[in-house]
Ligand binder design. Structure first.
Ligand code: NAD
Length: 390
């Protein structure tokens, strides 16, 4: 069975789905692997490094896709557009694709995959269960966002992060406020603590209080009128009344912080606008806001996605695709997650589609010409009802 790894074509992407180390393991399992020439260049994995572990490096992308039984990629396959290549059309019906499909955002790609009778699994829909932990690309990438977000803040802050006692006197540690304390937020707390900052964090799910405290940070919460949990550890949008209560607390905390890091997401996809323009205006001059919800649309009303802006002396960073700024490790970890999924469902040297398995059932988006992902079907129905073209 042949696994193919294309060169990513999304603008600004630097990662590759499999590092040579991961290819080596999959080849041992019995797979043949083809990698598009230059696919690993930006992640510092040369064509020769792939050849050394037994990968066939191929330069004809269409032929590579056409020969694949299983395609592994970071971003969804291209369907023309700016990429200038229709990777879905290059695949044979029955090909299996495992990628971060984000099906709710990429309904056009999902439709093309179904029409082409490609079986597509989305890594971001893999259930967040203990058994699936090793396959969790969302966590691997969120960890990088949390870590790198704090480093960006430290580089921008016109102050030290740690406390220093020097001959010139003492400087006090930076105050960091983290909003949203799941994987990215907890990593941001841990990184800011390692740099010596005083950290306060909040989340709408009160169950994270213990995790925040175990990292040496202080939890601040608000009493909500209803549960903010949407199940599976995900949060839902707050009611207007709860939003108001939360705004007061956020304004108070942001007003005394040197650094604010926001990581809030709804359903793991969309970023609620938790930091209003009013809150930004209450922040201190010289303070930094890093909006790690930028990929989901941004947590701050004043964020300009993908840009750094300065408002009244407050610097707002809204970086997109932060994992692509650390492509060597991002690719290595993403690839290990993919390999773990592939390995779990490999029998007699072949990947077996088994939709009775809870992990496959959660991650499947298209199969046999059908769209099976309930959330995507609903999103498409609502778009049709709102008059969007089919
Ligand atoms: P996420 O990116 O979906 O959300 C980030 C955080 O933002 C969440 O904690 C959420 O409660 C919070 N949030 C949403 N709205 C907010 C608001 N208005 N104000 C403040 N905070 C807000 O989270 P994630 O990192 O993808 O993790 C989702 C869940 O999966 C978590 O419960 C996590 O513990 C769990 N998880 C489980 C596994 C596993 O067992 N395999 C692995 C990783 C994560």
């Amino acid at each position: 069975m042949k696994i193919c790894v294309p060169k990513e074509t999304r603008p600004g992407e630097t990662r590759v789905a499999l590092a040579p180390e991961v290819c080596k393991k999959l080849i041992k399992t019995g797979y043949t692997i083809g990698v598009e020439s230059g696919a690993g260049n930006l992640a510092c994995y040369s064509d020769d490094a792939y050849r050394e572990v037994g990968v066939v490096v191929e330069s004809d992308a269409a032929a590579l896709f056409g020969s694949a039984d299983l395609v592994l990629s970071i971003n969804p396959p291209a369907i023309g557009g700016a990429a200038g290549r229709n990777e879905v059309a290059w695949m044979r019906p029955g090909t299996i694709v495992l990628t971060s499909l984000m099906p709710l955002k990429n309904t056009d790609v999902v439709r093309a995959l179904a029409e082409r009778k490609v079986t597509a699994f989305s890594t971001d829909a893999i259930p967040r269960t203990t058994r699936a932990q090793a396959m969790d690309t969302l966590s691997s990438m969120a960890n990088i966002r949390g870590y790198k977000g704090v480093l960006l803040a430290a580089a921008e802050l016109p102050k030290y992060f740690p406390m220093f006692m020097t001959a010139a006197g003492t400087v006090f540690p930076a105050k960091v406020f983290v909003v949203g304390a799941a994987v990215a937020g907890l990593q941001a707390i841990a990184t800011a603590r390692r740099l010596g900052a005083n950290v306060v964090a909040t989340d709408v799910r009160p169950e994270v209080k213990e995790e925040i405290e175990s990292l040496g940070a202080k939890f601040v919460g608000v009493e909500l009128s209803g549960s903010a949990s949407a199940g599976g550890g995900y949060a839902k949008e707050l009611s207007e009344e709860d939003k108001k209560r939360q705004q007061e607390m956020l304004a108070e905390q942001c007003g005394i912080a040197d650094v604010v890091i926001t990581t809030a997401l709804i359903g793991g996809v969309f970023a609620p606008k938790v930091i209003s323009a009013d809150i930004v205006h209450k922040m201190r001059r010289g303070s930094i806001l890093v909006d790690l919800g930028a990929d989901g649309g941004g947590n701050c009303e004043l964020s300009k996605l993908g840009q750094t802006t300065v408002v009244n002396g407050i610097t707002i960073l809204a970086p997109l695709n932060l994992p692509a700024t650390m492509p060597t490790h991002a690719s290595l970890l993403f690839g290990r997650n993919l390999a773990s999924f592939v390995d779990t469902f490999t029998k007699d040297n072949a990947f077996v589609v088994d939709l009775t398995d809870d992990i496959q059932q959660g991650a499947i988006v298209t199969h046999g010409g059908e769209i099976l992902h309930e959330g995507t079907k609903k999103a498409m129905q609502s778009a049709r009802a709102a008059g969007a073209p089919n």
